[in-house]
Design a protein around this ligand. Structure first.
Ligand code: SF4
Length: 329
């Protein structure tokens, strides 16, 4: 499907990492060629888990937009805006909340999962439970048709589709059901083997200095069967090997073979990976440094994005208000 409307948003919770880059950032860059893209900085979503300490939120917004631009998102080809600059999203979330049964939200798998994983934070809040409704509002406020997601985000998108069906049933056909665009890259493991995430502190940052990248890659968990240098391993049980598949595709046979026969140790193997990651990050880091020299760039990009998206959001919201019997004097 080409020329469709594509929507993607990121929570600004700090500098971006390899999980973002391979999860769908590169895909977003390519999608700019395929359709009408809306990329937003989800600062309200960030508050769902970070509400206790928002002191760095605006700094993170700035950092993230600079990272986006350095990776190749282009304000000339995509509308780049900040969620909180579009109050229409919050109003739409309110209307969608009215028709979303509580049970739908409670059964979203990430709800319970995140409660388990983020035990150090109190996220038993209305805002956190309701964030899939906010996501639905994000998508529907621009009539998004295609949404790049990872497999773990599919239940959220399904919830949006259910909300659309319910809305259309209650008030007449208003929205199309958005479709998922699955990331071509499988889950990116962090240094501890869990999904790479800022919250877990297991990430390799796009801005990490070569020495830091090396240190983090060398600390990655490997096949536990390789307790000593002489023990053979299974690369498929190793997090570092998952990254080798992305960064070292030309040497996979050699790497797999040396792992299975204990031909080399994990330090040597991860050293090769670290070199490739460092090399791949360098052009991004150079572009990022150039962009930092342009004061006011991020404000300008977000202002322009807001100017472009607001008329569309107004049009959607006035139709929703009309269908739900909400008048404006
Ligand atoms: S040799 Fe390489 S692929 Fe095998 S367990 Fe060690 S780091 Fe992983």
């Amino acid at each position: 499907m080409s020329n469709s409307r594509i929507l993607s948003g990121y929570r600004p919770t700090g500098r971006l990492h390899l999980g973002h880059l391979w999860g769908n950032l590169r895909q977003m860059v390519e999608l700019q060629e395929e359709g009408e893209c809306y990329f937003f900085v989800a600062d309200w979503h960030a508050l769902t888990t970070e509400y206790q300490d928002p002191s760095r939120l605006s700094e993170y917004v700035e950092e993230m937009v600079l990272d986006w631009l350095a990776v190749g998102l282009d304000p000339e080809r995509a509308v780049i805006y900040r969620q909180s600059d579009l109050p229409q999203v919050a109003e739409l979330q309110l209307y969608l909340s009215m028709i979303t049964p509580l049970g739908w939200l409670e059964r979203v798998p990430t709800y319970k999962e995140q409660q388990e994983q983020l035990k150090n934070r109190d996220i038993a809040t209305h805002g956190f439970l309701g964030y899939p409704v906010l996501q639905a509002a994000d998508i529907l406020i621009v009539r998004g048709e295609r949404v790049p997601v990872g497999e773990d985000q599919l239940p959220h998108l399904e919830l949006t589709r259910e909300i659309v069906r319910r809305f259309n049933f209650l008030y007449g056909k208003t929205f199309e059901e958005p479709q998922a665009v699955l990331s071509p890259t499988p889950r990116i493991p962090g240094t501890d083997g869990r999904k790479m995430s800022k919250s877990y502190g297991n990430y390799v940052g796009l801005d990490d200095e070569p020495g830091v990248v090396k240190e983090k890659v060398l600390s990655m968990v490997t096949d536990p069967a390789r307790r000593t240098r002489k023990d053979p391993g299974d690369p498929e049980k190793c997090s570092a090997f998952q990254l080798h598949k992305i960064y070292t595709p030309d040497r996979l046979d050699e790497i797999g073979g040396n792992c299975r026969t204990a031909g080399w140790g994990c330090v040597e193997c991860k050293g090769i990976l670290a070199e490739r990651v460092i090399e791949d990050l360098l052009p991004f880091q150079e572009r990022r440094r150039e962009l930092e020299k342009k004061p006011g760039l991020v404000s300008e990009v977000l202002r322009e994005g807001r100017r472009k998206v607001a008329p569309l959001a107004d049009e959607v919201l006035s139709e929703v208000r009309r269908r739900m019997g909400i008048g404006r004097a």
